[in-house]
Design a protein around this ligand. Structure first.
Ligand SMILES: C[S@@+](CC[C@H](N)C(=O)[O-])C[C@H]1O[C@@H](n2cnc3c(N)ncnc32)[C@H](O)[C@@H]1O
Length: 207
């Protein structure tokens, strides 16, 4: 039986195959019953941080989902954005919105099928959350980003602590230009659901 698509079950996901199953059944309603009804705002924070840190050029949105982050970015400036996600169904919804110049399937727990130094920027909202995408994946994001390029990702704060992202980022800091972390709210001020106070870290890396 398929896992019911909702935030509680998304937070319980443990493996790439769990994610594929849940998001394949969530793709058609995700924009309404998650983004709109739960007042999800992470994509706006990531887009703002990307723009305020001078993001430009060819960008990859990892764990792009239905394209919320691309829409937030394109509302701020003309970017050239590509999408990748583990869920074919989520990517199909994203592609139908025509925000992306290209898209491909990938699993962030493995090697991303892209050459070294390919992108000027990498962004991600909502993908580094409870479940399986841990701090190791940041190495791949750095590998595919040009020197001097910009990476902005959100990491759920509890996941950041549980998987000790801080230690990994400190190790990584020796071979990047610089990084910053900022804590923000994931959901809007007027939201009333059980996770309304959840927070995330916006990790900004200049490679
Ligand atoms: C909460 S959604 C976020 C989607 C979108 N970025 C947003 O802000 O609305 C998480 C997305 O990460 C994708 N995902 C989960 N595990 C993944 C993995 N191992 N590799 C690539 N994408 C993954 C899911 O399919 C889903 O589309």
């Amino acid at each position: 039986m398929k896992t019911k698509p909702n935030l509680k079950n998304a937070y319980d996901l443990k493996s790439p195959s769990d994610n594929i199953e849940l998001y394949s059944s969530w793709a058609d309603t995700y924009d309404i019953d998650f983004i709109d009804e739960m007042q999800y705002e992470l994509h706006f924070h990531v887009a703002s941080a990307f723009v305020s840190n001078g993001g430009r050029g060819l960008i990859l949105d990892v764990g792009a989902g239905t394209g919320a982050l691309a829409e937030a970015l394109l509302n701020k400036a003309k970017f050239k954005i590509e999408a990748t996600d583990i869920s074919k169904e989520m990517l199909e919804v994203a592609k139908s919105k025509k925000f992306y110049k290209g898209s491909f399937l990938s699993d962030l727990t493995k090697e991303i099928p892209v050459d070294d130094d390919h992108y000027d920027g990498v962004v991600s909202s909502g993908t580094f959350t409870h479940g399986h995408v841990g701090p190791n994946a940041i190495h791949e994001l750095i590998r595919i980003t040009k020197p001097g390029g910009l990476i902005v990702i959100s990491v759920n704060e509890k996941h950041w602590i549980a998987l000790d992202f801080k230690s990994e980022v400190e190790k990584i800091s020796k071979f990047i230009h610089k990084y910053t972390c900022e804590k923000i709210s994931i959901y809007g001020k007027l939201s009333t659901h059980d996770h309304k106070d959840d927070e995330a870290i916006i990790l900004t890396i200049i490679v």
